[in-house]
Each structure stands twice: as C-alpha cells, then as structure tokens.
Design a binder for this molecule. Structure first.
Ligand code: ATP
Length: 251
C-alpha cells in the first residue's frame, strides 16, 4: 500500500481512498480506485494527471461529497465548513440569470455585498455582467464559471479540465488569468488535466495516477518559478517529466 505523498505538516487536503468501485452495467463491479493516497499543502497548486478513465473525476466527486460510496477518508481544509470553488468542463450557469447574478448566487452571506469589480475586470468580464449565459461564447462562459468559483474566496479550488475544448489562444489567455488571480490571493488548488504542458505551466506539483484501479505512481515537483516558465523552459520540464514517468506519462 502506498503512503501519503509527503507535503509537510500543513496538509490542507488529504485523500485516502482504500477502495472505490462502480456497478458495471453488465453485472459485477469495476474497481476504479485502490489505495489512492495523496495530500495537498495549503496554497499548493496541484495537477492530477493519469490515463483516461483512471478515476480522476471520480476522485474529485468523492472529495466534493458528491459520492459517498467508497472506503476511506477525505480531510478537507479548515475547521469550519470549507468554501470550495469548482469549475468543470461544462460551465454550469443558470440560463435565466445574468452573469453577475450567476456569480453572486454562490456567495456566502458574509460576502453578499462584495464588490466584484476587480474580479470581473481581471477576467475581462466587466462589459458582460448583464449578459445571459446564452449570449456568451464557451470561452466567456468559462470565465464566468471561474469568476463564480473565485468570488467566494475559496479555501479549495477544484478544477476538472476547465480549459478543455477551447482554442489554444483562449485557453492560454484563461490560464494566465487564473494564475494572475491566484497569485493575488493564493488558495489550495486541485486541478485535473490531460494537458501536461498546462500542468507544467500552472502547477507546483503534478501527481501522476496509474491506470485503473488507480493509485499514485509518483509526484513531479515543478521547481522553476512560474514567471520563468516560458515555452522553451516548459518543454525542457516536459522532457524531465517524461524521463521520470516514461510509460505512465501518457494521459
Ligand atoms: N456513475 C458511474 N457508474 C459506472 N461507472 C462509472 C461511473 N462514473 C464513472 N464510472 C467509470 O469509472 C471509471 C473512471 O471514470 P472517471 O470519469 O473518474 O475517469 P477519468 O480519469 O476522469 O477519465 P477521463 O480522463 O477520460 O475524463 C471509468 O471507467 C468510468 O466509466
């Protein structure tokens, strides 16, 4: 059984899943996770990568409390009820509410009067606060979903391929925006991605999962400061990543 990945004493998030399976449609069960153990430090940005179908989204669903049928333990940040911001592949916005209303809906009472000018501005949404989701491109809808996740000042940000199926220029712009906002107010982030270069650009650490039943194969620390991670540096880091995870790097 592999142990928790060491992250120091300040672990904010601890995942210890002994076993998680689903009923298979043709009978029997599919074991998805077995002894999946890792921790994420306070304000650490961690990307989770692994082969398709290995259980990344399942892991996020367990930690979000959307699925309770598993053996193990999950420790979330904070002593009070943690505030968790989440962005999934599909930006789930209420179509009958404006962008601003969608963002404000999620605010806890203590932040209900919050001035959101800076956030909308930083995400390039200032002119679209009164728009309805149906009037937004996918890229803008993703920005609105990010705004909603960040507005609550989350203790934990959970991102499931938030930039997938965007054109590369839009995706890159959103990655920069995310980093800019996150640098102003760092928080603990767990993000699933298939894009290793994206993980290298954003993460402090990349956790690599095995095929099903999934466990942690290892971690890759991205030690170079983010401001120095230009295209050449990222491709050098990618080479080191592939050297460390030759076969398992496929995502
Ligand atoms: N509700 C469910 N019922 C049955 N099987 C499920 C259910 N949800 C997920 N699975 C199965 O569990 C496995 C893991 O799914 P999951 O979506 O977590 O993988 P993933 O690593 O996020 O995949 P991808 O990278 O392709 O998005 C898959 O084989 C999937 O078919």
């Amino acid at each position: 059984m592999n142990t928790l990945q060491p992250v120091g004493a300040d672990a904010q998030l601890e995942i210890e899943v002994r076993h998680k399976s689903f009923e298979a449609s043709r009978g029997g069960s599919i074991e998805v996770l077995r002894d999946l153990n890792f921790a994420v430090e306070r304000n650490e940005f961690v990307c989770l990568v692994g082969p398709s179908g290995c259980g990344k989204t399942t892991t996020l669903r367990l930690l979000l409390g959307l699925d309770h049928s598993f053996e193990g333990r999950i420790k979330l940040p904070g002593e009070r009820e943690p505030r968790i911001g989440m962005v999934f592949q599909e930006p789930i916005l209420l179509p009958w509410r404006t962008v601003e209303e969608n963002v404000r809906l999620g605010l806890p009472r203590s932040l209900s009067g919050k001035n959101l000018d800076h956030l909308f501005d930083a995400l390039g949404l200032s002119g679209m606060r009164a728009f309805y989701p149906g009037e937004l491109s996918l890229g803008l809808a993703r920005r609105a979903a990010l705004a909603r996740a960040l507005a609550i000042e989350p203790d934990l940000l959970v991102l499931d391929e938030p930039f997938v199926s965007l054109d590369e220029a839009t995706a890159q712009q959103l990655r920069y925006l995310l980093l800019e906002i996150w640098s102003e107010r760092p928080t603990t982030v767990l993000m699933v991605t298939h894009n290793l270069l994206e993980a290298i650009m954003l993460a402090d650490r990349i956790i690599v999962l095995s095929p099903r039943p999934s466990h942690v194969v290892g971690s890759f620390l991205v030690r170079i400061p983010r401001q120095s991670r230009n295209a050449q540096v990222c491709s050098d880091i990618l080479r080191s990543f592939h050297e460390k995870f030759p076969a398992r790097a496929a995502t």
